[in-house]
Design a protein around this ligand. Structure first.
Ligand SMILES: Nc1ncnc2c1ncn2[C@@H]1O[C@H](COP(=O)(O)OP(=O)(O)OP(=O)(O)O)[C@@H](O)[C@H]1O
Length: 507
């Protein structure tokens, strides 16, 4: 990045967050226009074409088996089109639109009916279908070469990092939102990690519409189709057909989000309790977010990311459907998290103030006091250009001034070891249990304003012995920036206290 190799002043100019944002948005829009595909024309394939394309449904082309059928890889149009062919083996009960008697409809017919009307870049779209000699239909859908999210989370030797996980969650949420906002709406009814497939660009796509229902909740078809879904993801309030609403998908999405966060299965007997909701929600209510985060990923995201993801997931799995957020709100919440996780490191801390205010909406249940604390907080720091680290002596938190800047904060000039940063002892007196721990050097860059710094990480051991990292001074070195983590840690400490006083999630 430009700012690593230039001096601090010019670094500010190049990395202006607003320009950075608009630049990114412009690039994104340009790419979107470039990659915007025409609507897919659904084709009817002949059975012989599919037999040839799948080597007569050979073991070599076998992709996987689900509860309703088998999936094969097909090479069509002289190898120009790689697709997945789904052969269904089971029937599903659906209600007929014209009378209230339930009829068995093959999931393929249901998928064709829905996917021929709904197309979206975040869905595994329908390319065509085929009717075999027994009059059953085979589905031809977009091929997803990178497996399923389930495989990535549970069977991969290198589970995805937080940036990728948040991206997958947001992409899936957008897919569900697109379904819910189509007219008439589509309720997927089977959102789960094995139905989230990863495309060639490593983007998540929602697939498997075998159980999906298209129609308004008052429509006969929706109202009388028996409940269905996958155990562990199924909304506990969806017991009779009339209970179905888009909020049932929100529940399943919440389970998926907990699975993404924790890396554990929706139902797992190795945990107590085995249900992911019963296990995670009490921990989230206690503010023990770290206990549910997948510890196979080496570095933890920052506290706000952890908290927002966990609270959002907990809100989605509330037992009362009306209290769950809509998918549009979930998408917005994940966008905030995604922005934060994607921002260039230096801006994470500048943007934090803005985001904190945005987060309030996301958290929803946060008490008014915490909201005020967020809004009222002010930072008094010298200008980046003029002030030296040592000249910044205090920061304000509401009416209160907290934490003196460390006795010695070292500004790096070149690669090397700078010993340890000592934080003002006053600060540490504020809460017993806070300790400074030496961590290995963190390499930031070679420029004047960045460098290699050996710093203490600030960690907090909670009652269960979990080490929660609240910030690291080594994230930034320059004058005013170096004071920020301390301020933020102070805020997080206060927020954590507040959250423990008043649980964020209540059913
Ligand atoms: N479009 C696709 N591209 C590549 N692989 C696919 C595609 N669709 C499905 N698969 C693979 O085939 C397997 C079976 O998929 P399918 O959707 O039939 O079942 P499932 O989602 O695993 O389980 P269930 O039927 O219980 O929902 C999946 O595990 C997936 O890896």
């Amino acid at each position: 990045m430009g700012y690593f190799s230039c001096n601090a002043e010019s670094a500010i100019a190049t990395c202006d967050p607003y320009n950075w944002d608009s630049y990114r948005k412009r690039r994104k829009n340009e790419n979107r226009i470039k990659t915007k595909t025409k609507p897919i024309k659904i084709r009817e394939f002949s059975y012989t074409e599919l037999v040839k394309a799948t080597d007569a449904f050979s073991a070599e082309t076998f992709l996987g088996k689900g509860s309703h059928g088998i999936v094969y890889k097909a090479s069509l149009s002289q190898g120009k089109l790689i697709a997945a062919v789904k052969k269904t083996t089971h029937q599903i009960n659906f209600c007929n639109s014209y009378n209230t008697n339930c009829a068995t409809v093959p999931p393929a017919d249901n998928e064709i009916e829905i996917l021929s009307r709904v197309q979206h870049p975040r869905l595994v779209n329908l390319l065509g279908f085929c009717v075999d000699s027994t009059d059953s239909k085979l589905l031809v859908v977009e091929y997803m070469p990178n497996g399923s999210l389930y495989d990535l989370l549970h069977s991969s030797s290198r589970p995805p990092g937080w940036t990728r996980r948040v991206r997958f969650a947001l992409q899936t949420a957008k897919a569900v939102q697109a379904l819910h906002s189509s007219n008439p709406p589509v309720i997927h009814r089977d959102i789960k990690s094995s139905n989230v497939l990863i495309d060639e660009n490593w983007k998540a796509r929602l697939g498997d519409f075998g159980l999906a229902l298209r129609g308004h909740v008052e429509d006969v078809r929706v109202k009388c189709t028996p409940p269905a879904g996958t155990l562990g993801y199924l909304d506990p309030g969806y017991l009779v057909p009339g209970d179905l609403s888009a909020k049932s998908d929100v529940f399943s999405f919440g389970i998926l989000l907990l699975e993404i966060i924790s890396g554990r299965n929706a139902i797992d007997v190795n945990y107590s309790p085995p249900s992911i909701v019963d296990w995670a929600v009490p921990l989230i209510k206690r503010g023990d977010f770290g206990a549910i985060f997948d510890n196979r990923v080496a570095s933890m995201p920052d506290l706000a990311v952890i908290r927002n993801l966990a609270v959002l997931a907990a809100r989605c799995v509330r037992s009362t459907a009306e209290k769950r957020p809509g998918m549009a709100e979930v998408v917005e919440g994940l966008k905030i998290v995604s922005k934060r996780i994607h921002a260039p490191p230096i801006w994470n801390h500048f943007r934090r103030r803005v985001w904190r205010v945005e987060e309030v909406d996301l958290v929803g249940d946060t008490s008014e006091e915490v909201v005020n604390a967020n809004v009222n907080k002010t930072v008094r720091v010298g200008s980046r250009r003029n002030s030296k680290v040592s000249s910044v002596s205090s920061v304000e938190y509401g009416n209160e001034t907290i934490g003196l800047v460390g006795d010695r904060v070292i500004r790096s000039k070149s690669i090397g070891s700078f010993g340890e940063i000592k934080m003002g002892s006053d600060y540490f007196k504020r809460k017993p249990g806070w300790v400074a721990v030496k961590k290995p050097a963190v390499k930031l860059g070679k420029s004047r304003s960045m460098g290699v710094l050996r710093s203490p990480r600030l960690v907090h051991y909670n009652k269960r012995g979990f080490v929660f990292e609240f910030g690291t001074v080594s994230d930034q070195v320059d004058n005013d920036v170096a004071t920020m983590p301390k301020l933020l840690i102070g805020l997080d400490e206060k927020l954590e206290q507040k959250m423990q006083e008043k649980p964020l999630v209540s059913n």
